[in-house]
Design a protein around this ligand. Structure first.
Ligand SMILES: [Zn+2]
Length: 120
C-alpha cells in the first residue's frame, strides 16, 4: 500500500530525529498533487511503527496531516491561483503556461516529544 510505505518513511525520519525521546505528535504537510489520502495516512500511521521495536518512541503518537492545495502562477498574466482540479492551467486567463507553485509538498513540518523525557 502506497500510504503505508509513506508512513514507514516518515516513521524512520522521525525516529532518527527523536533520538530516543518519546514522540507524541507528528505534523505532516502533503501537497494535493501527491495523490495520497490524508485519512488513509492517519490510519496507516499506527501500522507503520507497531511491528518495529526500533520505532518504539512513536508508540501512542498522533499523526496530523495538513493538506496543501495545488497552486500555479501564470506566466502569461501573472495571476496566482489554486487549482480545484489537477489541470495545470491559469484560472484567470486560461493560459497553460504556468509555473507550479504548490501541490507537490511532502514534508514533516514538526514533531512534538513528551516533556518527561526531554531532559534525559
Ligand atoms: Zn493567466
Amino acid at each position: 500500500m502506497h500510504e503505508l510505505s509513506i508512513c514507514r518513511s516518515v516513521a524512520d525520519i522521525v525516529t532518527r530525529h527523536a533520538a530516543g525521546r518519546r514522540v507524541t505528535r507528528v505534523q505532516l504537510r502533503v501537497g494535493a498533487l501527491r495523490q495520497v489520502v490524508p485519512d488513509t495516512l492517519i490510519y496507516c500511521w499506527e501500522l507503520a511503527h507497531a511491528d518495529r521495536p526500533e520505532a518504539g518512541v512513536l508508540a501512542g503518537s498522533e499523526l496530523a496531516v495538513e493538506s496543501v492545495p495545488a497552486a500555479v502562477r501564470c506566466r502569461a498574466c501573472g495571476a496566482h491561483n489554486e487549482l480545484a482540479v489537477p489541470v495545470l492551467r491559469c484560472a484567470a486567463c486560461g493560459a497553460a503556461d504556468v509555473d507550479l507553485v504548490s501541490g507537490e509538498e511532502f514534508l514533516v513540518t514538526s514533531f512534538e516529544v513528551a516533556t518527561d523525557a526531554a531532559e534525559a
